[in-house]
Design a protein. Structure first.
Length: 247
């Protein structure tokens, strides 16, 4: 829901064509509908995730019988598709989209920025970099997040990497990370002083100035959510959700 409208993908209970729909939240009337492809699996949602940026609705869906997913941009005014691209999912496809006013950011064996204007590739980070010492012998970048002109994600077994969102050049890499296996499915959360990242032993807070973890917290959380207004970091485990200070 955004700007007085709700956007959803649905079809009639009797079956038939799936549609992308827009409804006016004040009147409840349908503003427009556009047909979309069938979901890859009838037991799964037709779209994996979505987001609104500017005058566009960004959507991600899995492609049937492949390890690919489709990203597409649709005009908020009428639902018309402006562009789409297909990407391979190195691991799990994105469960949320990292974007700013210029780019959409995706990770796999590299970190890539795609222009929101036309879906074209703007820059790619990571191809010439060392894989590190992980057993998989493949450098994988974890789910990204972007804040204040910097993209953050995990890089192989080396820790959090910070990359300039405009140029794609490295700002810094986490220091002295040892004995921890990184969680690549949960994007980091960025505060004013620390970037918070999950691994196999819990949560760690990496100082944005020194690039080192200043504390760790034992948890098996699978979701991190930031409330910047209230200064809280919420972590969701299987049976409970708890809050920590977001600094």
């Amino acid at each position: 829901m955004v700007k007085g409208s709700a956007y959803l993908v649905a079809r009639a209970s009797s079956g038939g064509q799936w549609h992308l729909l827009a409804f006016d939240l004040r009147t409840g009337r349908q503003r427009w509908r556009e047909p979309v492809a069938e979901p890859e699996d009838a037991r799964r949602p037709p779209m994996l995730c979505g987001a609104v940026r500017g005058d566009q609705l960004l959507l991600c869906r899995g492609l049937p019988d492949t390890d690919m997913f489709e990203l597409s941009a649709h005009a908020l005014a009428d639902g018309q598709k402006r562009w789409s691209l297909h990407e391979s999912s190195e691991g799990a496809p994105p469960s949320q989209l990292a974007h700013d006013e210029r780019h959409l950011y995706l990770t796999g064996t590299s970190l890539q920025a795609y222009r929101l204007s036309d879906g074209g590739s703007e820059w790619l980070f990571g191809e010439p970099r060392d894989v590190g010492s992980s057993a998989g012998e493949t450098r994988l970048y974890g789910a990204p997040t972007v804040r204040d002109g910097v993209v953050y994600c995990s890089e192989g077994d080396r820790g959090v990497v910070a990359v300039d969102a405009i140029t794609g050049s490295i700002n810094w890499l986490e220091k002295d990370l040892k004995g921890r296996s990184l969680n690549r499915e949960v994007p980091p959360v960025v505060g004013a002083k620390y970037v918070y990242s999950l691994d196999d032993k819990g949560l760690r807070a990496v100082d944005l100035r020194t690039r080192r973890a200043v504390w760790t917290f034992e948890t098996d959380a699978t979701v991190l959510t930031a409330d910047h207004q209230r200064g809280r970091l919420y972590a969701r485990e299987l049976r409970q959700t708890f809050a920590l200070p977001l600094a």
